[in-house]
Design a protein around this ligand. Sequence first.
Ligand code: ATP
Ligand code: MG
Length: 400
Amino acid sequence: MFSFLKKRAKNRPVVYTRPEHCISRKNIDPDALKVLYRLSSLGYTAYLVGGGVRDLLMGRKPKDFDVGTSAKPNEVKRAFRNCFLIGRRFRLAHVRFGEKVIETATFRQNSQTVGEIIEHAAEGPLEDNTFGTPETDAYRRDFTVNGLFYDIKDFSVIDWVGGMKDIERKIIRAIGDPDIRFQEDPVRMMRAIKFSARLGFKIEKRTLAAMKKHHRCILTASVPRVCEEVFRLFTYGQSAEAFRMMWECGMLGDLLPGLSDYIDRSGGKRSPEWKYLAVLDGYEKMMSEKGFEVPNGLRAAVLMTGPFRESGKDGAGRRVMQEMVDSLKIPKAAYFEAVLLMESGKRLSSPPTKGKSRFMYNKDFLDALDYNRIVCRAEKRSEDVLNEWSELYEEKGNKQ
Ligand code: ATP
Ligand code: MG
């Protein structure tokens, strides 16, 4: 990946010159390059920052490319016709290229956590002292692997926080004191789990110990942010691993106590919960290869299938899903879809008859078929009846 790792002198970053790392401009989005070059030509410092740099160093395709710069938001606006400033407290520049947005943020310091910035966004204009230097901007980030900069001026990678060696060693490590950083913004604990599961990295000992100590703080975080992160744990097909870590460090017990109790009762590490999620993960990967996103209703239904199957009573779907509404405020649409999918098991457990086959025309029918296949596979049951439904749908259902 990179030829060698260097030692850092005090108050100076380690700089990996172009031959010492593997980031090539041909893997950087051309529009992100345009933003970097334009800012640089105007005399500003312009870096590719965050997850994009991490993913490029790992040879993965970044989801998005973010830019960090010394230019103030209105200076960024002046530099691009296609630029819009968003956010009141911390102003971010969005440089738009059609549908695509290159998020361009002025270097800042850790006077406020990201969580607070979002929650207090309506309070008023940003004070200048929130802006910072490349150094402060590196230190206010969450994990060392997310704190690297790619400098467009000389194509070097600038490392203030030891991110390069942690990528090499596959470690998620909080920047600074994890006890402080997680209390400052508890959502970071979920992000640690997301990155660890997604990248196959281990969470460093002190970072993990802090998560086990402060897991309850997750209840003080903004509910919409927590809900968003819960659903992001399913993306990339590593949800079994991610939810297992959530359960082990206690955060699942805080957020979804009913589910966590079910896992404890049904075998802990050997609970059927992990089978359901493992099959869902295979499905997520297949769908994302085809360019589709799995609906959150289906994800929620699979997550809660264990407690649902255990209860077996009428109305169990509503009862188990209510927990996700109460503590995560999941959107109504996801709740209704999840309940419908869970309850569809009864209808799809016997071959389609004249009266029952109308279900084929329900808008969630295909998701219901997929949901029931996931459950069947996890429970190692035959899919014969589901195949009959699929065949009938091929024949008639999709002609409607
Ligand atoms: P992904 O591939 O999921 O987009 P990412 O690392 O790009 O991962 P983002 O949520 O897009 O994550 O955030 C971009 C960057 O902003 C991160 O890499 C990190 O440096 C910083 N960041 C995001 N959230 C936080 C946070 N809660 N606390 C500190 N820094 C954060
Ligand atoms: Mg990102």
